[in-house]
Design a protein around this ligand. Structure first.
Ligand code: ADP
Length: 287
């Protein structure tokens, strides 16, 4: 046998052993993710076609409300390009080491555990160029290596659109309950709801329902309602696509200040019309 032949054979052997090592690593990761996720009763994705429509606001307030009602809740923010959950929960200065085997989520000491990609960034000025494989690896880590423990709900806030991140989630999380789609009422946002619904269908992910956010503005002085982003588009699209409509939330200036101050709106402004609408939506989700 010539030297060239031996080295070719060795190359083939080593490529085969690399492949099998890769396969077993993927299998182990899947086992890790499944064993963590199987301890969680309900897994809900919050999706939106566009950014800025209130997806994180819904995720934070839904998680807070469930935790206040005594449920054990996890909130996972994988919005790589604009994680807002730390700011919305006054956790901006918290950092969590992302190395090591087990990642300990940030907890309020009671019912809520939070993990955000924002905890991995040193400060608000940090930006990282996230490439697809890196994102997928981190999502796996967030699902398989975070000490979520036994939870009633895991709420996942993913980036807008139907790209890599929701795809990884839908492929990785076993038996999710489904997705809630957040939209604003105007056509330019509503059209993206169809894309989200199409994505859910392709991934066999149930659409729990649509929330129309920023639906009309009630003047605090005279009570007159102004349809800044129009009104009713979310319901019309839900009817058209034959998916549940969960309710609408008006534009409310206290939602903006609550987010900026890191105070969950539903907890700090319970008497407002928006909080009332939020609670009705949560009831619909739970039903
Ligand atoms: P997304 O996650 O879709 O990008 P966010 O939840 O981060 O959107 O919301 C974007 C901004 O809009 C935030 O400043 C938030 O406080 C504000 N906001 C969300 N919903 C409302 C609402 N109903 N009324 C007023 N401001 C809102």
């Amino acid at each position: 046998m010539s030297t060239t032949t031996i080295s070719k054979t060795e190359k083939v052997k080593s490529a085969a052993s690399d492949k099998s090592a890769q396969k077993s690593a993927v299998k182990n990761e899947k086992i890790e993710v499944d064993s963590r996720m199987n301890l969680i009763k309900h897994k809900i994705f919050i999706l939106s076609g566009k950014g800025g429509v209130g997806k994180s606001t819904v995720a934070v307030n839904l998680a807070t409300s469930l935790a206040l009602s005594g449920k054990k809740v996890g909130l996972l923010d994988i919005d790589f390009h604009g994680p807002s959950v730390p700011q919305m929960l006054n956790l901006s200065n918290v950092s969590v080491p992302m190395t090591g085997e087990e990642i300990i989520p940030v907890t309020d000491g009671k019912n809520l555990k939070v993990m955000s990609i924002g905890f991995a960034l040193d400060n608000a000025d940090s930006s990282v160029i996230w490439r697809g494989p890196l994102k997928a690896r981190l999502i796996k880590q967030f699902l398989g290596n975070v000490q979520w423990g036994a939870l009633d709900y895991l709420i996942v806030d993913s980036p807008p659109g139907t790209g890599d991140e929701p795809l990884s989630l839908a492929q990785l999380i076993p038996h999710p309950d489904g997705a809630i789609i957040v939209t604003t009422p105007q056509l330019i946002s509503i059209n993206d709801v169809r894309r989200c619904v199409g994505f859910c269908k392709r991934m066999n992910l149930k659409v729990i329902g649509v929330i129309e956010n920023m639906s009309g503005f009630v003047c605090p002085n005279c009570g007159e309602i102004t349809d800044i982003f129009k009104i009713g588009g979310g319901r019309q699209m839900s009817d058209y696509l034959d998916i549940p409509f969960l309710g609408s939330i008006p534009l409310e200036k206290d939602i903006v200040s609550a987010s900026d101050e890191g105070k969950p709106f539903i907890l700090h402004y319970p008497g407002t019309m928006a909080a009332h609408m939020f609670n009705k939506i949560i009831e619909n989700i739970l039903n």
